[in-house]
Structure formats: structure tokens, C-alpha cells
Ligand binder design. Structure first.
Ligand SMILES: Nc1ccn([C@@H]2O[C@H](COP(=O)(O)O)[C@@H](O)[C@H]2O)c(=O)n1
Ligand SMILES: C[C@@]1(CO)OP(=O)(O)OP(=O)(O)OC[C@H]1O
Length: 159
């Protein structure tokens, strides 16, 4: 078989702060997120999808939340390491598609910058990564503005 599929999902609660980091982009906001790292739900979901595609466990197993070296970490380091793990096994991302779920901040204005950062880290063409966003129509924890969620689907192809 020369393709593999993976999916990922991540949630972080909003907390004190003045920005969120999504897809490697710092976005000014009236809340921050509660996290051990920079709390980048987009990259965390993507890493889980990449790991899942090869049945390599999940992000918390490779970068444990109890490990002080990951406190405040730039999640792009996790993404680059996951990409190395794929490469070591003869795989690369063919394409990835993400959805961010929150009422605020607005993601659309930042989607191009997020795609640029992620494709740079994965050494992919710009159209290999998609970023979408939706509200949850004020329903549930995202709708109440309690947290932010992201979903990711990836296709891996042989190098
Ligand atoms: N945080 C968000 C949420 C949504 N968008 C954009 O708005 C469109 C409409 O959202 P609905 O939840 O009403 O479907 C959506 O398709 C996104 O383009 C956004 O940028 N940021
Ligand atoms: C990213 C890690 C790093 O320690 O911690 P958090 O930033 O809390 O994020 P989470 O999505 O809970 O994933 C677990 C950990 O790998």
C-alpha cells in the first residue's frame, strides 16, 4: 500500500491572555488558551493526524505534557519532528485539510499565513495544505466561547 490516511482533533480552553497561536500564526485576541505548549490546536490536530496515519500513537506520547522542555513550546517544533518521523519511515504528507472551530477569533484573514508556515515546515507546495473555519452557531463549548477546537485529515504518500 502506498497511501495512508490519518485524522486528528484537539481542543484547548480559553483562559487569560492577549493572543492565540493557530497554525503557527500569533493572532491578537482578548483571551489566551490554557496549554502546556503554545496551545496551537491546528498544529496539534495535524500532528495527531500524521502520527495516526502510521499508527505511531499521539502527540502527548511523543511530547509529554508533564515534560518541562515543552512548557511554552512553539508547536511548529512538534510538527517538524513529526514530519521527520514520517520521513524516517519513507512517508511524506500528500495533502492535509484542517477545520478550526470557534466563534472568535476570525480565522479566515489568517488562513493564508497559516498555510505558508505549515507548508514551509512540511516542505510542501502551498496547495497541499488547506485551512478552513466554522463557528458552531453559538452551540456547545465552542459556541459559548469556552474553548477552541480543530480537526485535521491527512493523506500520506510514499516518498
Ligand atoms: N472563527 C471563524 C469562524 C468562521 N469563519 C468564516 O466564516 C464563515 C461562516 O461561518 P459559519 O460558522 O457561519 O459557517 C466560515 O465559512 C469561515 O469562512 C472564520 O473565518 N473564523
Ligand atoms: C502539546 C503538548 C506538549 O506537552 O501539550 P499541550 O500544549 O497542553 O497540548 P495538548 O493538545 O494537550 O497535547 C499534549 C502535549 O503533547
Amino acid at each position: 500500500m502506498n497511501i495512508r490516511i490519518g485524522q486528528g482533533f484537539d481542543v484547548h480552553a480559553f483562559g487569560e491572555g492577549d493572543h492565540v497561536v493557530l497554525g503557527g500564526v500569533r493572532i491578537a485576541h482578548d483571551r489566551g488558551v490554557v496549554a502546556h505548549s503554545d496551545g496551537d490546536v491546528v498544529i496539534h490536530a495535524l500532528c495527531d493526524a500524521m502520527l495516526g496515519a502510521l499508527a505511531l500513537g499521539d502527540i502527548g506520547q511523543h511530547f509529554p505534557p508533564g515534560d518541562p522542555q515543552w512548557r511554552g513550546a512553539d508547536s511548529r517544533a512538534f510538527l517538524r519532528r513529526c514530519n521527520e518521523m514520517l520521513a524516517e519511515r519513507g512517508w511524506k504528507v500528500g495533502n492535509a485539510d484542517m477545520t478550526v472551530i470557534c466563534e472568535r477569533p476570525r480565522v479566515g484573514p489568517h488562513a493564508a499565513a497559516m498555510r505558508e508556515r505549515i507548508t514551509a515546515d512540511l516542505e510542501l507546495a502551498p496547495d497541499a495544505v488547506s485551512i478552513k473555519a466554522t463557528t458552531s452557531e453559538k452551540l456547545g463549548f465552542t459556541g459559548r466561547g469556552e474553548g477552541i477546537a480543530a480537526q485535521a485529515v491527512v493523506l500520506l504518500v510514499a516518498r
